[in-house]
Write a protein that binds this ligand. Structure first.
Ligand code: XUL
Ligand code: CO
Length: 439
C-alpha cells in the first residue's frame, strides 16, 4: 500500500538539530523520573482534529481536504484509518482517541450508522495490531447533529435522550472491542441558554441517569478502563453543566458517581473557565479524580476554544508537575486535542504541529522532574505550612481544636507575625533558573 504522507519517520536528533522534522527534546526511551518519556507522557492523537479537521472556523470554510483522494463516504473512512495509523507510526505516538462519527459516516439512520461503524471497526482493529497502537479513549459525538440542538443527556425530549443513549451504547461497545483504556463524556450541548425554557434540576438528574446506565452497561460488558468527564465552562452553550472540575466533583458526589468517574482536563477549557491548567489538574488530584489530559492551548486575545498545539513550556511544566505529583498516569495520557491553525494547511504542518507539542511536553516533563529533584519549591511550601506540624497547628489538623481552644490560644498571643513573605518572585526565579540552567 502506498504511503499517504511524504514524510519519513520522525526521530530524536537532540536540541541542536535544525531539522524541522525531528524531535529536539522528545526522546521516547530516555528515562525521566523512573520511567521512559514514552511511559510518562502517553501521547495520543485526536482522530477528529488530525484525521477529520479541515481547517474551518466560524467565519470560514475548510482550507484542508481530508478526503484523501476518495469520493465515497465509506471509502474516505477507510482511507482515514490508513492516514491515522501512518501518522501515529511516523510520529511514534502509541495511542489515539476518537468520537463515533469521526471514524464512520452517520448515513441516513441510526442503523445505517451502526452498520458503517461495524465495517470500519475491524479495519481499525487490524491496524492497531499491525502498528502496535492502543486506544486511550473513545466517546460519542452528542453535539454536532442538529438533533442535539437542545442537549443530549440533558435534552427536554425523551426521544433525543434515547438516541443519545443508543450512541453511547454503541461507542462503549466499540471502545470495549478495541481494548480502550478510557471512555469520555464531554457535555458539548449539556447546558442551557436561558432558564426561561429550562428545567435545570430534571436535566441534571437525567444526565446522572445516563451516566449510571453507561457505567452499569460497560462494566457488565467487560470494560475495565476509566470513565472521564471533560469539564468546559461554555461554548457551545452559554452555561455548560460541567463548568470546571470543582463543579463536576460536586455533581458526581450529589449523584453517588464519584467512584466511577475521573477527570479529563483540557488546558483550553481550564482557561475558558478563568482557571490555569494546573489549577484544574491540582483540583482533580486533591479530590482523587485525576485521570487524563487533553493537551492544547488557547489564545488569551482570541478568547475562544482555539485548540492550538501546546508550545508554551511553562504551561507544560506546571502540567507535568501536577502529573508527577499525582504519581503519573494510570489509564490516562496526553491526548493532543489540538489542531494546526487554519493557515497551517499542508500535510507537513500536521507533523510539525505534533513535533512542537510533543517536544514542549518532553521539556515540561524534564523540567518538572528537575524542579522536584531540586527540592527548593517543595521545601518552601513545607516550611510555609510547618506551623501545622506541632502545637496549636497540629491540634487543628488532628481535629482536636475547638473554637473555644483556638480563641483562648489567640487571646494569649501578643500579636500575629505578619511579615512572612510568600516569596512569589523568588520562587518564580527559581523556576527560571532551573528551566534555563546552562544558557
Ligand atoms: C471540545 C472538546 C472535545 C472533547 C471530546 O471542546 O474538547 O473534542 O475532547 O468530545
Ligand atoms: Co477535549
Amino acid at each position: 500500500m502506498s504511503e499517504i504522507f511524504n514524510v519519513g519517520k520522525i526521530k530524536y536528533e537532540g536540541p541542536k538539530s535544525k531539522n524541522p522534522l525531528s524531535f529536539k527534546h522528545y526522546d521516547a526511551d530516555m528515562v525521566i523520573g523512573g520511567k521512559t518519556m514514552r511511559e510518562q507522557l502517553r501521547f495520543a492523537m485526536s482522530y477528529w482534529h488530525t484525521i477529520c479537521g479541515e481547517g474551518t472556523d466560524m467565519f470560514g470554510i475548510g482550507t484542508i481536504d481530508k478526503s484523501f483522494g476518495e469520493k465515497d463516504a465509506m471509502k474516505i473512512a477507510e482511507k482515514k484509518v490508513q492516514a491515522a495509523f501512518e501518522i501515529m507510526d511516523k510520529l511514534g505516538i502509541d495511542y489515539f482517541c476518537f468520537h463515533d462519527k469521526d471514524i464512520a459516516p452517520e448515513g441516513d439512520s441510526l442503523s445505517e450508522f451502526h452498520a458503517n461503524l461495524d465495517k470500519i471497526v475491524p479495519i481499525i482493529k487490524e491496524n492497531m495490531k499491525k502498528y502496535n497502537k492502543k486506544l486511550l479513549w473513545g466517546t460519542a459525538n452528542l453535539f454536532n447533529n442538529p438533533r442535539y440542538v437542545h442537549g443530549a443527556g440533558t435534552s427536554p425530549y425523551a426521544d433525543v435522550y434515547a438516541y443519545a443513549a443508543a450512541q453511547v451504547k454503541k461507542a462503549l461497545d466499540i471502545t470495549i472491542e478495541l481494548g480502550g483504556e478510557g471512555y469520555v463524556f464531554w457535555g458539548g450541548r449539556e447546558g442551557y441558554e436561558t432558564l426561561l425554557n429550562t428545567d435545570m434540576g430534571l436535566e441534571l438528574d437525567n444526565m446522572a441517569r445516563l451516566l449510571k446506565m453507561s457505567v452499569k452497561y460497560a462494566r457488565e460488558h467487560g470494560f475495565k478502563g476509566d470513565f472521564y468527564i471533560e469539564p468546559k465552562p461554555k461554548e457551545p452553550t452559554k452555561h455548560q453543566y460541567d463548568f470546571d472540575t470543582a463543579t463536576v466533583v460536586a455533581f458526581l458526589r450529589k449523584y453517588g458517581l464519584e467512584k466511577d468517574f475521573k477527570m479529563n482536563i483540557e488546558a483550553n477549557h481550564a482557561t475558558l473557565a478563568g482557571h490555569t491548567f494546573e489549577h484544574e489538574l491540582c483540583t482533580a488530584r486533591i479530590n482523587g479524580v485525576f485521570g487524563s489530559i487533553d493537551a492544547n492551548q488557547g489564545d488569551y486575545l482570541l478568547g475562544w476554544d482555539t485548540d492550538q498545539f501546546p508550545t508554551d513550556v511553562y504551561n507544560a511544566t506546571y502540567c507535568m508537575l501536577e502529573v508527577l505529583r499525582a504519581g503519573g498516569f494510570t489509564n490516562g495520557g496526553l491526548n493532543f486535542d489540538s489542531k494546526p491553525r487554519r493557515g497551517s494547511m499542508t500535510d507537513e504542518d500536521i507533523f510539525l504541529s505534533y513535533i512542537s507539542g510533543m517536544d514542549a511536553f518532553a521539556l515540561g516533563l524534564k523540567i518538572a522532574n528537575k524542579i522536584i529533584e531540586d527540592g527548593r519549591i517543595d521545601e518552601f511550601v513545607a516550611q510555609r505550612y510547618s506551623s501545622y506540624n506541632s502545637g496549636i497547628g497540629a491540634d487543628i489538623v488532628n481535629g482536636k481544636a475547638t473554637l473555644e481552644s483556638l480563641s483562648e490560644y489567640a487571646l494569649s498571643l501578643n500579636k500575629v507575625e505578619l511579615k512572612k513573605s510568600g516569596r512569589q518572585e523568588y520562587l518564580e526565579s527559581v523556576i527560571n533558573s532551573i528551566m534555563f540552567e546552562g544558557i
